[in-house]
Design a protein around this ligand. Sequence first.
Ligand code: AMP
Length: 251
Amino acid sequence: MKIMVAVKRVIDYAVKIRVKSDKTGVETTNVKMSMNPFCEIALEEALRIKESGFASEVIVVSMGPAQSVDTLRTGLAMGADRAIHVDAPATLYPLSVAKILKVLVDIEKPGLLILGKQAIDDDCNQTGQMVAGLLKWPQGTFASKVVLDKEKQVATVDREVDGGLETLCLDLPAVITTDLRLNQPRYATLPNIMKAKSKPIKKVTPQELNVEINSDLEIVHVTEPPKRKAGVILSSVDELVDKLKNEAHVI
Ligand code: AMP
């Protein structure tokens, strides 16, 4: 069985985001970019499944401009076998990503498609659900545990939901999206970084895949959140209760 993993190049989680002066988006020039943290978890899970003998190959896919290849190289250095770069604009919306993934799945026929539960740049949390819909595959989103049964060809997925944990049993092939507690992704070792340089990266365009990438969405403007006001130190519980009642109006 093959496993396909979608990995997105995003602004590194530790970078302080700056909004562009014309409010059209956030500044990405000279900003450190990395693999989306939830995608690292998705890839780690795929690698563990391969190491357990359940899968034969892990393919990483990224869509975006030429620099997305750096993200794919990171994925190959972590242990993926090969990569597909879909040469596309940086601002791709989830439905376009889902349509492209569907075509790639139709070509590669993986038994599992694993994505991050969300990309930390757009926080959409839509792509996994959309591609599962397009493929008509079962989906286990926000996975915190994945157990595969080779004989029955099913995946048992624990999902983190508001009220606790929900356990689903999915027939393969299936889509899984990963939550934070699923695993701790590995670091790429130096020898593996060197090996990754000779692993294959195939480049395709959305046109070659017959996918139109226009969107019905338009970003009107992007603004910074309001600055947090300085706090105050209160001298008594009575004063706190008074402020909560008469200023914050929360009790
Ligand atoms: P989103 O729905 O935008 O929050 O993204 C959820 C997941 O979809 C990400 O964690 C990735 O696994 C995948 N994804 C979204 N955009 C891309 C992209 N441009 N390239 C590869 N994977 C992507």
